[in-house]
Design a protein around this ligand. Sequence first.
Ligand code: FES
Length: 241
Amino acid sequence: MRDVNDARRRFLKVCGKAALSAPAVAAGLSVPYSWALEDAPRTRLVDASGAPLKASALKVHENWTFQYPWLSVPVLMIRLDEPTVKQALMYGKGAEPYYWPGGVGPDRTIVAYVAICAHLLSYNAPEVSYLTYHKARNRLTRHGRAITCCAHGSVYDPAVGGQVLAGPAKHPLAAVVLEYDKETDGLTATGIVGTDLHRKFFRAHRRELRKTYGRKDWRRKVEDTTIAMPLKEWTKLMVRC
Ligand code: FES
């Protein structure tokens, strides 16, 4: 079973690779985000009734979803069974490195990623979802405890910033920055970091997004709240591979 030390070892490996490829930033922590949405909304996660979502409502290893920072951008949220690293320096092919701020919640186990694949932009939608977290090894890639895009088998590590573990993707998943309030057990999305794919995504899937989210709303930012729910309740088909 993977343990915290294993996660730490992999974190050091991530930092080590970045240090080799980007010596100018290796000495300090002032690495710019490759993409950090400047006007990202501060958006509280609520349940379907509109009540603040409690982190304790998330079952370990269950796939959850919400929309952020645009109404048509799906996010995959998971509560892992062990704490993540506190911070990881991430890099993608040809992109600036950036910091992923780690998991949140009472045990630093809750993580959230934009559910748009960095390979060819397959994504999660009410009709069908291609990106899911699975604890068990899957048949296609033999990876477990991972997020897999079953369109072509890209595998991402949810415990280390969504870094690519296998498959054709060349960039980590973009990550949603979450804030945890231990007084209320609530969760708030405050930003997004990673490789900026949203313009390509909007261009590639414009027609479906307009149909699903409405001609006026599909590019609207979410506001004060966004509804979070188990992925299986939001989508008709979770593709497994
Ligand atoms: S679109 Fe996800 S693996 Fe190709």
